[in-house]
Design a protein around this ligand. Structure first.
Ligand SMILES: [Fe+2]
Ligand SMILES: [Fe+2]
Length: 336
């Protein structure tokens, strides 16, 4: 009698779906049922970075020179982003246990490691800025921050029992929202501070590349594949639309709170709304659904985020050696 660690009676390795069935228990990178999983795994590996590569020596001095509102934006942004990565690591462990295909699971394992690396990077940065415990504990004082975290956590928990392919699909949707929506205004805010806090900006560059270049494509492919491999009723797809609408509301609620209470140059309510709507439409297209939000021209914040996704723009010597690897492996993550 086999079990999940070794089951000689398990399915042929090329037949292992994301949901259901049983694996023999082998991780064989030369036999992938999908193409995107190994491509994303390789791209994640090619992008490996360490928090110590970011120069944070002047972070405290730079932080002290920010205006009062900029300081609050900085702290409340990192307080929220650091929650996202902590939650995502834990969620991924649970989501991974719902999956059968071992190469998809292997890719999720690497993603978990990267989320832990992001948590480490916040600790390194905030330690350098001299406000680590204060920022990590802000949820105790700030109700808007606490509410955003609670709403994200509630959406993560809603379907994670994964009792069916439909529930696993909706769990994947929660992660599309995390990787593709909940980080984005935060990235934009730190890029808006930009040259004033180069340590924070460079740390966010590395993190955003992981989230947007690999984690989001991974979950978009997982979503599409679960949908393709199972009979998913229209009512479940409707729930996916509801979940992203909720994500847009979560992101805009916190985003509006920050810029209303701590206004800084370059940010407005209209700008963040157009930005989040555009992102949400893009994420819907990425998972094969129809855009449902009012679409506008690419915003200044979107362009800022996009600019920093470009690997060739990185100045650090470390990355020069890796750029070609990156370019080679950044092709076509969508096909399967
Ligand atoms: Fe992350
Ligand atoms: Fe991520």
């Amino acid at each position: 009698m086999g079990n999940k660690y070794f089951n000689p009676e398990g399915m042929d390795i090329l037949d292992e779906p994301i949901y259901g069935g049983s694996s023999t228990g082998f991780v064989d990178f030369n036999r992938s049922r999908y193409k995107w999983d190994v491509k994303i795994y390789d791209l994640m590996n090619a992008n490996t970075w360490f928090p110590s590569e970011v120069n944070t020596a002047n972070e405290k001095k730079n932080f002290e020179m920010l205006s009062d509102n900029e300081k609050e934006i900085y702290k409340l942004t990192f307080a929220q982003l650091s929650f996202n990565d902590s939650a995502q690591e834990e969620y991924l462990a649970d989501f991974r246990s719902l999956a059968t295909n071992r190469l998809v699971k292997a890719t999720l394992t690497l993603q978990m490691m990267q989320e832990v690396n992001h948590s480490k990077s916040y600790a390194v940065l905030l330690d350098a800025a001299g406000n680590s415990s204060e920022v990590f504990d802000l949820y105790k004082k700030d109700n808007a921050l606490r509410r955003k975290n609670e709403r994200i956590a509630e959406q993560f928990a809603r379907y994670i029992t994964g009792n069916s392919a439909q529930e696993m699909l909706l769990s994947a949707m929660a992660s599309v929202n995390l990787e593709g929506i909940y980080f984005l205004l935060g990235f934009g805010y730190i890029y808006t501070l930009g040259d004033k806090v180069p340590g924070a900006r460079d740390m966010i560059k590395f993190i955003s590349r992981d989230e947007l270049n690999t984690h989001l494509p991974l979950f978009a492919n997982i979503f599409k594949t679960i949908q393709k491999e199972n009979k998913i009723p229209a009512s479940v797809i409707d729930k996916s639309y509801e979940m992203i609408s909720e994500a847009v509301d979560i992101e805009l609620e916190y985003g509006s709170y920050l810029i209303e209470n701590y206004p800084i140059m370059g940010l407005s309510k209209d700008l963040i709304q157009r930005t989040v709507y555009n992102y949400a439409n893009d994420r819907l297209r990425k998972i094969g659904l129809e855009p449902i939000f009012e679409e506008s021209e690419k915003t200044y914040l979107q362009k800022l985020v996009e600019k920093h996704l470009n690997m060739n723009e990185v100045k650090q010597n470390f990355f020069e050696a890796n750029v070609s690897t990156y370019a080679k492996s950044s092709i076509d993550l969508d096909d399967f």
